[in-house]
Design a protein around this ligand. Structure first.
Ligand code: XBP
Ligand code: MG
Length: 248
C-alpha cells in the first residue's frame, strides 16, 4: 500500500495569500499610468476582472489589447513591449514605496504559522507570479532584513516566466525542494493559483480575499477565511486527510 509521505514543506503564494497586497498593486498601476499621462484608471471592479490575468506586465498588455480591439494600433509589437516594460518598472517602484510606507501587512496567522513551521523543521518556500522586488519589499517590512533566510526556495516572475494557472512556478519549487508534491502543502488565494498548484498534485489550502471571494475553489483541500489559529498539527491533519482517498 502506497504510504503518504509525511508533511515536510509549506509552499506560500504571496499576493493575496501572505498579505492583502492587491489594493496596493492596483494603486501602483494607476500611479504609473498617471506618471505616463495615460488616461487609464483601474477601479476595483475593473481590477477584479483584470486579476484573472496573472502577472503585472501580462495584465497591462491584456488591458491595452481590450482598448484597441479591432483597431490597427499605432504601436508595433516592439514599441508596445517597451512601453509595457517602462510602465511596469514605474508601477513596481510605486508599489515598493506604498509597502515601505506601511500600506500592507501580513494576513492574520501567517507570521505565527511561518515561525511555528520553522520551529518544527518544516521547510518553507515561496511560489509567486509577482516580481522579486515586490516580495522583498513586503517581507523585509514584515519579517525583517533576514526575511529570505526563512525560505529555502523562492520562485517568482523572474525565475518562472510562465504565470499561474500554468504550473511552472510550482513545478520548479518542488524540483528545487527535491520533494514530491505529496510531501508538501500549498497556500493560495485565487483560482489561478489553486489551478497551478493542483496541476502539480499539491494539496492546497485556500484563504480567499475580497478580490477572489467569488472564484471557483473546486479541488482545494480546505478553504478557510484566514490562517488565524492554524497550527502545524492542524496542517498535518489536513495533509493526511487530503491524501486519504475518499471511501468508494
Ligand atoms: C499575483 C499576481 C501579480 C500581482 C502584481 O501574484 O498575479 O501579478 O498582481 O505583481 P501571486 P506584478 O498571487 O502569484 O503572488 O506586477 O509584479 O506581477
Ligand atoms: Mg495570489
Amino acid at each position: 500500500m502506497h504510504r503518504t509521505p509525511s508533511l515536510q514543506a509549506l509552499i506560500f503564494d504571496v499576493d493575496g495569500t501572505m498579505a492583502d497586497t492587491e489594493e496596493a498593486h492596483r494603486r501602483a498601476f494607476n500611479l504609473a499610468f498617471k506618471q505616463r499621462d495615460l488616461p487609464w484608471h483601474w477601479d476595483r471592479g475593473l481590477y477584479s476582472e483584470l486579476l484573472r490575468v496573472s502577472g503585472g506586465k501580462e495584465r497591462i498588455r491584456h488591458y491595452w489589447r481590450t482598448l484597441t480591439e479591432g483597431e490597427p494600433t499605432a504601436l508595433d509589437g516592439t514599441a508596445m513591449d517597451d512601453t509595457i516594460e517602462q510602465l511596469h518598472a514605474l508601477k513596481t517602484a510605486a508599489y515598493e514605496r506604498l509597502v515601505q510606507d506601511g500600506m500592507v501587512q501580513l494576513r492574520p496567522g501567517v507570521q505565527d504559522l511561518i515561525e511555528a513551521a520553522r520551529a518544527q523543521q518544516l521547510r518553507l518556500a515561496i511560489a509567486t507570479t509577482t516580481s522579486p522586488v515586490n516580495i522583498a519589499a513586503l517581507l523585509r517590512m514584515a519579517l525583517g532584513a533576514d526575511w529570505s533566510h526563512h525560505f529555502q526556495v523562492i520562485e517568482d516572475a523572474s525565475t518562472a516566466p510562465k504565470k499561474k494557472p500554468h504550473p511552472q512556478v510550482y513545478q520548479q519549487t518542488l524540483r528545487h525542494l527535491g520533494l514530491p508534491a505529496e510531501a508538501a502543502l500549498a497556500f493560495e488565494d485565487s483560482a489561478n493559483g489553486l489551478q497551478a498548484a493542483r496541476a502539480c498534485g499539491l494539496a492546497t489550502i485556500v484563504t480567499p480575499n475580497a478580490y477572489t471571494a467569488r472564484h471557483d475553489f473546486t479541488g482545494a483541500a480546505r478553504v478557510v477565511a484566514d490562517l488565524r489559529g492554524v497550527d502545524v498539527p492542524q496542517l498535518r491533519r489536513w495533509h493526511v486527510q487530503a491524501r486519504t482517498p475518499a471511501p468508494a
